[in-house]
Design a protein around this ligand. Sequence first.
Ligand SMILES: Cc1cc2nc3c(=O)[nH]c(=O)nc-3n(C[C@H](O)[C@H](O)[C@H](O)COP(=O)(O)OP(=O)(O)OC[C@H]3O[C@@H](n4cnc5c(N)ncnc54)[C@H](O)[C@@H]3O)c2cc1C
Length: 386
Amino acid sequence: MTIVKKIIVIGGGPAGMMAAIRAGQLHQQVVLLEKNAGLGKKLLLSGKGRCNLTNACSLEEFLARFSKNGQFLRDAFKKFFNQDLMNFFEERGLPVKVERQMRVFPVSDRSASVLEVLEKELIKNKVEIIFKAKIKNLSIVDNKVRGLYLAGDEFILADRIIIATGGISFAITGSTGDGFEFARKLGHAVTALAPGNREIVSEIGELLFTFFGISGPLVLTLSGKIVNWLNENKKVYAQIDLKPGLSKEQLNNRLLREFSANPRKNIKNVLKGLLPLRLVDVFLEIAKINPEIRVNQISRQAREGIVDLLKAFRLDIAGSLPLEEAMVTQGGVSLKEINPRTMESRKIKGLYFAGEMIDVDADTGGFNLQAAFSTGYLAGESAALS
Ligand SMILES: Cc1cc2nc3c(=O)[nH]c(=O)nc-3n(C[C@H](O)[C@H](O)[C@H](O)COP(=O)(O)OP(=O)(O)OC[C@H]3O[C@@H](n4cnc5c(N)ncnc54)[C@H](O)[C@@H]3O)c2cc1C
């Protein structure tokens, strides 16, 4: 006879939902506690509302996209990886598609449809969900999980607790760092938390000039590293090639052609053909060139200066946006204290961690969600079978 265990999962994001589903599939009695009135608020925002749920690249390529601790996930990925996740959704009526850079999205292009599948699966596996849950503290006796207290001192007895409360970015979605506090109180080390957002490892990408500085996919790609450097008080600057498709020589020839075809045109109007309109004035200010000057008055030296600046537009980086606005959190519960084969705490028996709250983070491209789903799956299965 198998003894049914009572498993509490804290946090109804991708990691917590998958943990609860897996433990439910293995016929355990599962309670999912979510502080919001609904599940998966961050999941709904993911991939600009389209949910880039995983990446179809190979395991080795996948692991390489994590900033430092990717190897920790090898066991979780062996258990439940990208193809398993795609099958999970397809078998439940949600086809997926692979887009550029192997990013996987639901064919529906709606993150809500991903959430719907997860919600249905929770119900199917008889997971009890308590919304607006207010957890006071976890009860641990002799280094073993016993249960937890909700506000109002209601006690829920549990054999296993899985903490999947997310990171501390986009707090509006419910990720306010509560899990880190629970973990710290229980004697777990939590490594320094920082905003992290590395994306495609590519030198060509989309970049946005905004009122606060630069942003966009390319910036997100590099910001994880940059934040580390800034934290080490290193000076960091971005050198942007505004015309990556043209060599310096080609660019110089193009300017020469335009200058001789329209010698009385001012430089501002010529540059409008090369740069986004609103960048032209800023560019000329930095280049220290009068925007109204006619191109036939521009010296060879000044023209070469323009070419140099187009190929290497330099911006000093003063800082990153606060953690609040980052996509993923760098740092988290120290990996030394979690067993990678089970996600169980090495300090407290019956306590498990999953998702963004553990100290792993990756480029965007579907890697973070897969890590959340995989660690959730492994934690749910280990909690059920251990
Ligand atoms: C704007 C944005 C877009 C993104 N797009 C992508 C993408 O396309 N692809 C990708 O791979 N990654 C993406 N990410 C990252 C990805 O969303 C996260 O890595 C992922 O959601 C982490 O899952 P999680 O379950 O660990 O945590 P979360 O999704 O943060 O879920 C944690 C849950 O725990 C709940 N909770 C917190 N504290 C408590 C408590 N005390 N009691 C009860 N419940 C609690 C929260 O309310 C929340 O529901 C994006 C992130 C952002 C912010």
